[in-house]
Design a protein around this ligand. Structure first.
Ligand code: NAP
Length: 481
């Protein structure tokens, strides 16, 4: 019988009657865990518990709040191997990728724990004699955190750690497809002694729980990462009650390859950006925009390198690309591949679901490259969220920049070039929140601001010092002495 993981509300691990399964996408006969299926009433209780816990948590000095995060980080560190393996089993990414994510989450906890000793406000001169002006940061209250399945611990970590250290209390709603790693993170906080009600965890169906959370009177802020459709709905609901909101959503991230790029680097970074983590990263490269002069050589080397990628169960050594998260995502990917073929793109590599032998029990698809993709094609415009790359031809640098920016999304962009002036020119002209030079479009660090522009994001950035802007308000003091 698989283990049952309960919700955590008001300092108690609670069942909700019904349960749902968390299955391994590489071996669908394996149930990784059973989760209590939270309902609207659980969300209401969780928000009320967070509200009750807020005054004393907010009154605690910030370094003391940070100490809980340091302790939780140490607990996660002790379970590093276990959580990484669980991540691969619930999400499908390879074990080295999972280890990288758990490591990053521990670092995130420690970084924001240290923020407890800084949490700097502003000190600015007054225009008046013998008046001292300064602004201190105040927490907001109850923050709702809604997270997706593709980074099942890093995204919960980069929301909960700044929320807590700033003095907010939280209700975390993890993705139903991969809730275990977020549960482990909450378990670590509980073992670290986090006071009752400060952290609440409610797993279950997004629609029901999301509505209940958004209509819970104590809610003051919501931070969401996921699809544009849900993010836009949340934004409408939140604005009715002036709930502060932060949205991180989809992307259609370009990688510009200029003729002066180092060919090997361009190929490696593109393969990494497009196919690692099964292309299921919001920052994944989904369009390679290649300058005429290097196009044929690049495509040939890219296809050759991609053919050598090993697809399989991410727990096995040597695997580069794991499965899609679930059947629905697999179907979406296969549908886009069919659309690409129908609209006239040239299938240069992959394109099939893998079902033979050990692939039979999982949602595996070949890393897929379409070439001769034109700008109006669906696969050049819509987020696919799988291992599918569209290669497009640009006449020159200007044409490449125009194509790269011609999308409603604006999360990440990469440029491969040895020309420093071009690199800087692009840094300033890219309509994205992240620009990577001679690096993959994906692969971010926690100590710098993260987020996009245009339809990809809304509200203050996450991570780094920018995270404090979302989770605090300024209170300004004028003091005559
Ligand atoms: P999703 O379907 O939007 O789900 C995200 C979260 O929202 C899940 O916890 C989901 O719960 C919940 N949810 C569903 N319906 C809801 C509702 N009506 N109200 C409130 N919450 C609701 O997205 P996903 O499929 O998990 O993730 C893939 C998407 O996330 C992609 O578009 C990707 O680009 C984006 N993403 C963006 C970033 C970024 O930082 N920009 C990072 C990672 C992923 P259930 O799981 O129970 O449905």
């Amino acid at each position: 019988m698989p283990e049952l993981f309960r919700n955590y509300i008001n300092g108690e691990w609670v069942e909700s009657g019904a349960v749902f399964e968390n299955r391994n996408p590489a071996r669908t006969d394996e149930v990784v865990g059973l989760f209590a299926r939270g309902a609207a009433g659980d969300m209401v209780c969780a928000a009320a518990a967070a509200e009750a816990a807020f005054p004393s948590w907010a009154a605690m000095n910030p370094p003391a709040r940070g100490a809980y995060l340091y302790r939780a980080a140490d607990i996660l560190e002790k379970r590093f191997e276990q959580i990484a393996a669980e991540m691969t089993r619930e999400e499908g990414k390879t074990l080295p990728e999972s280890k990288g994510e758990v490591r990053r989450s521990i670092n995130i906890f420690r970084y924001f724990a240290g923020e407890g000793s800084r949490l700097a406000g502003l000190q600015t001169p007054s225009e008046r004699e013998r008046v001292h002006t300064f602004s201190i940061r105040k927490p907001l209250g109850v923050a709702g955190l809604i997270t997706p399945w593709n980074f099942p611990i890093a995204i919960p970590a980069w929301k909960i750690a700044p929320a807590l250290v700033c003095g907010n209390t939280v209700v975390l709603k993890p993705a139903s497809a991969a809730p275990l790693c977020a549960w482990r993170m909450v378990e670590a906080l509980v073992e670290a002694g986090i006071p009752k009600g400060v952290v609440n965890f409610v797993a279950g169906p997004g629609g029901e729980l999301g509505s209940a959370l958004l209509s819970a009177p104590p809610l003051k802020a919501v931070s969401f990462t996921g699809s544009c459709a849900i993010g836009n709905w949340l934004h409408q609901e939140a604005s009715k009650r002036r709930i502060r909101i932060q949205l991180e959503m989809g992307g259609k991230n370009p990688a510009i390859i200029l003729s002066d790029a180092d060919l090997n680097t361009a190929v490696e970074t593109t393969v990494n950006g497009a196919f690692f983590a099964t292309g299921q990263r919001c920052t994944a490269t989904s369009r390679a925009i290649v300058e005429e002069g290097i196009y044929d050589r690049f495509v040939e080397a890219l296809v050759e390198r991609t053919r050598r990628l090993k697809v399989g169960d991410g727990l096995q050594p040597g695997i580069d690309v794991g499965p899609a998260i679930d059947e629905a995502q697999l179907e979406t990917v296969l549908r886009y591949i069919e659309t690409g073929k129908r609209e006239g793109a040239r299938l240069a590599q992959g394109g099939r679901r893998l079902t033979e032998g050990s692939y039979a029990g999982g949602y595996f698809v070949e890393p897929t490259i379409f070439t001769d993709v034109t700008e109006e094609m669906t696969i050049a415009r819509e987020e696919i969220f799988g291992p599918v790359l569209s290669v497009m031809r640009a006449r020159d640098y200007e044409d490449a920049v125009r194509m790269a920016n011609d999308t409603p999304f604006g999360l990440s962009a990469s440029i491969q070039t040895s020309n420093i002036s071009r690199a800087f020119d692009y840094i300033y002209r890219a309509e994205t929140g992240l620009v990577m030079v001679n690096l993959p479009s994906a692969g971010i660090e926690y100590q710098v601001p993260f987020g996009g522009t245009k339809d990809s994001s809304f509200g203050p950035k996450e991570q780094g010092p920018a995270a404090l802007e979302f989770y605090t308000d300024y209170k300004t003091v004028y003091l005559k002495y």
